[in-house]
Structure formats: structure tokens, C-alpha cells
Design a protein around this ligand. Structure first.
Ligand SMILES: [Zn+2]
Length: 409
């Protein structure tokens, strides 16, 4: 056993002779050595998660549901998604209060005490009836249900995704206005390209800032015409993952980043299912870290968590998976366990943006509420993440009965 491993385990209170002996085969993988002097309060803890879709069926159980009319090829009423979930897992009492969907995530947020809370908001917030035609799926949450976001004290909604314009330009304008009124910052969409490109600036008392840049890729299903231009609203569209684009982003980030700023690149990319990480994503993520001053890559779009990589001591989450949605009663792809959600709590050193540690909390979406998973489900998500993360030299292990922890070389 070397010193850094012992310190790592001691820090997490899991050093015991039996445990250490059992873990010995993994001793080549260690978290960074952290001396007590280096620990908080000079570190910044983030809460990150994947897709938060509080529209459609979720919106229907909240106190102020939208008109349930849908324009999908098969389903014409949003209440059907509630019925499908109820058929599977039992009745959902309605109206649910605004904090209901977060369930046990609220206690975990309280316990972890992150400095900032960032989500990918995968729905428009609007009462507009002008849906984007021919898209097939159009998500909206009624503006009067916005307290379901503030109930979890979310600081920043990333909007560069394939649903923010589901209810057209009016829907986007309503989303931006509603979030602003609720004092939530946004990134990745705006009234023009200047707004869409601008980061959300999250000021932390005495700890510097977190800058969140939102980007959306065509591979996640964002229609190309949704890209914002000088005089057209839309999302911060990334036409490709070329290194030329990295240079363009590097110039922009350099103009804004100050000392002790932590830069998060929040990217909606890739398809919904599958664990493969395309080479171009990995190259792009590395280049953002090498050349553009990015400290954390917050990837999303996949319906399930994907591999985690630590590259030059910076965190890359390739896909955070679904977090909140109404997919509970929809059949297909069960083997990926999209119903298992993950809270990510990375702690980052603002002096250089390096990762100090990453804790993850698995939860289970059931009756449109995030619940603590069964012991079997906890082990399943741990083993699946460990399998995928091993490809990049990391390991995911049990920290305690509720939490997982990442170790890396
Ligand atoms: Zn998406």
C-alpha cells in the first residue's frame, strides 16, 4: 500500500484492514494525494447531471399543467405518459408538489452542499401552442411550473439541446424570460448568436466564478436551422468537432476567463443509446482542455451514463444520462437502464481547474420521482460505470451505501 492510497481511503473514512486488503489488487489506481491544507474551503464543488425533462408527462402531474395536446405520430395526449408510468409502477398522486420529482435527490444536494448546480434542461418552458412542425416530439412545461426547478435551487440551465425550440421561437423566448424571472442563469441559447455563445457566469462568494458555456451538436438531433445567428435566435450550434472550432472557442474563452475561474463546457452530443465514445469526441474534449482553458467537460444526450475520463487531471463526463423525464412506461432499450440516474459531484481546485475528487450518487426514477436505488441497482450502475471508465484508466468504486467514487491514475 502506498501513502497516497492510504490517504485517499482515510480521507473517505473507508480505510480498514480488511477493506484495504480486499482492494489491494487495484492499488495502481489512486485519486490524487490531497493534504488537509488543500481541502475545502478553497475548492469548488459542482453538482452536474444530464437531461432534466420536466415537460409533457411530468408537466401534467405538476400544479399547473399545459394543454395536454401533443403532435406526436402515435401519442396525442401528454396524460398518456402519466398513465403508462402508473401502469408500470402504481399511481402518482396529483397534483404533485413542485419538489416531488426531485425526491431523494434533494437530501443528497443538501448533504453534498455544492457551490453551484448545473443541469441540461431538455424542454421548453412556454404556454405557446405553436409547435415546431415535423419534429415529432415537442416538449414543453408550463411557465407556472418553473418552481419545480427552483425547488432544487438550480443555478444554471444549459439550453443548447434538441428540445429548447420544440415550441418555436416564441417558446425559446418564453423559456429565456421565465428562467430569468426565476433568477436562473442560462447558457447555450439566446436571442442571437452573441447571447447563445455567452457563458452563464456563476459568482461564488469568496471562491471566484464558474463559467458555463453551452454547445449543441447535430449528432444529438438538433436541427441545423436551430443554430443562432447575428439576427436570429437559437442555440449555440457546433457545426463539427474540428480543431478549427477549438481555436475559435479558445479565443472566446481566453477573452472572458479570469484567474480562479472554472470553465465548464457543457455539450449536447451523440445519440441516445450505446457506450461507444467516438474518437472525434475524445479528441475534441482533449483539445478543449489543452488549448481552450476548459476545466470540466459536461457531456450529455445519452439516455444513460457513459464513461468518465480524467485527462491531465481535468474531468470529462462523456454522457451524464437522463435525470428526470417521463419515459418510465415507454418500452425498449431496457438493458441500458435509462431509469437509473446519476448525480455528479466533482470538486475542482479553482487555482488550476484540476479535479480533486468525483463522487456520484445513483438514483432510480420511479413514479416520476427520483428514489434511492435498490442494492442490486446500485451495484449494477457501479459495475457498468466501472467497466466503461476502465477503458480510460479509471475505476468507479463504492464509497458508502449511497455514493460512488472515481479513482484515476
Ligand atoms: Zn437531447
Amino acid at each position: 500500500m502506498n501513502r497516497s492510497r492510504r490517504k485517499f481511503l482515510l480521507r473517505y473514512g473507508i480505510a480498514g484492514p480488511g477493506l484495504l486488503a480486499a482492494r489491494e489488487p487495484f492499488r495502481q489506481l489512486y485519486g490524487k494525494e490531497v493534504s488537509p491544507m488543500e481541502q475545502t474551503p478553497h475548492r469548488t464543488k459542482l453538482f452536474l447531471c444530464g437531461d432534466v425533462m420536466t415537460g409533457r408527462g411530468i408537466d401534467q402531474i405538476l400544479p399547473q399543467p399545459s394543454d395536454p395536446q401533443l403532435y406526436e405520430p402515435y401519442v396525442r395526449n401528454a396524460k398518456i405518459y402519466v398513465k403508462l408510468a402508473e401502469r408500470l409502477n402504481g399511481p402518482i398522486s396529483q397534483p404533485a408538489d413542485f419538489s416531488y420529482v426531485w425526491g431523494d435527490a434533494l437530501a443528497e444536494l443538501e448533504r453534498a452542499g455544492p457551490d453551484v448546480r448545473v443541469i441540461n434542461l431538455e424542454t421548453a418552458i412556454t404556454a405557446s401552442d405553436e409547435y415546431w412542425p415535423d419534429k415529432g416530439i415537442n416538449y414543453r412545461m408550463h411557465p407556472a411550473n418553473t418552481p419545480c426547478l427552483t425547488a432544487a435551487r438550480i443555478d444554471c440551465c444549459v439550453l443548447a439541446n434538441n428540445h429548447v425550440l420544440d415550441w418555436g421561437y416564441q417558446g425559446l423566448a418564453d423559456t429565456l424570460d421565465t428562467l430569468k424571472q426565476a433568477s436562473l442563469k442560462t447558457a447555450g441559447a439566446g436571442r442571437n448568436s452573441r447571447e447563445a455563445e455567452a457563458p452563464a457566469v456563476l459568482n461564488l462568494a469568496g471562491k471566484g466564478r464558474v463559467l458555463v458555456f453551452g454547445f449543441g451538436c447535430d449528432s444529438s438531433g438538433i436541427p441545423p436551422e436551430w443554430g443562432a445567428t447575428d439576427d436570429k435566435p437559437g442555440v449555440n450550434w457546433l457545426p463539427d468537432l474540428s480543431l478549427g472550432n477549438v481555436q475559435r472557442l479558445a479565443d472566446r474563452i481566453r477573452r472572458i476567463k479570469q484567474e480562479r475561474d472554472i470553465v465548464v463546457a457543457s455539450i449536447h452530443w451523440g445519440g441516445n443509446w450505446g457506450y461507444a465514445i467516438p474518437d472525434e469526441q475524445r479528441r475534441f474534449a482533449h483539445a478543449l482542455i489543452d488549448e481552450a482553458g476548459v476545466d470540466v467537460i459536461h457531456g450529455h444526450s445519452s439516455h444513460h451514463p457513459k464513461a468518465v475520463e480524467v485527462y491531465r487531471d481535468k474531468l470529462i463526463l462523456y454522457g451524464c444520462g437522463d435525470f428526470i423525464n417521463d419515459y418510465e412506461g415507454i418500452e425498449g432499450y431496457e438493458s441500458f437502464r435509462g431509469d437509473l440516474a446519476l448525480m455528479y459531484f466533482p470538486t475542482v481546485n479553482p487555482a488550476d481547474g484540476t479535479l480533486s475528487d468525483l463522487e456520484m450518487v445513483p438514483l432510480h426514477m420511479r413514479q416520476f420521482r427520483l428514489n434511492r436505488p435498490s442494492a442490486d441497482d446500485f451495484r449494477w450502475i457501479r459495475d457498468r460505470l466501472d467497466r466503461e471508465t476502465d477503458k480510460f484508466g479509471g475505476a468507479v468504486e463504492t464509497l458508502d451505501e449511497r455514493r460512488l467514487v472515481l479513482r484515476w491514475r
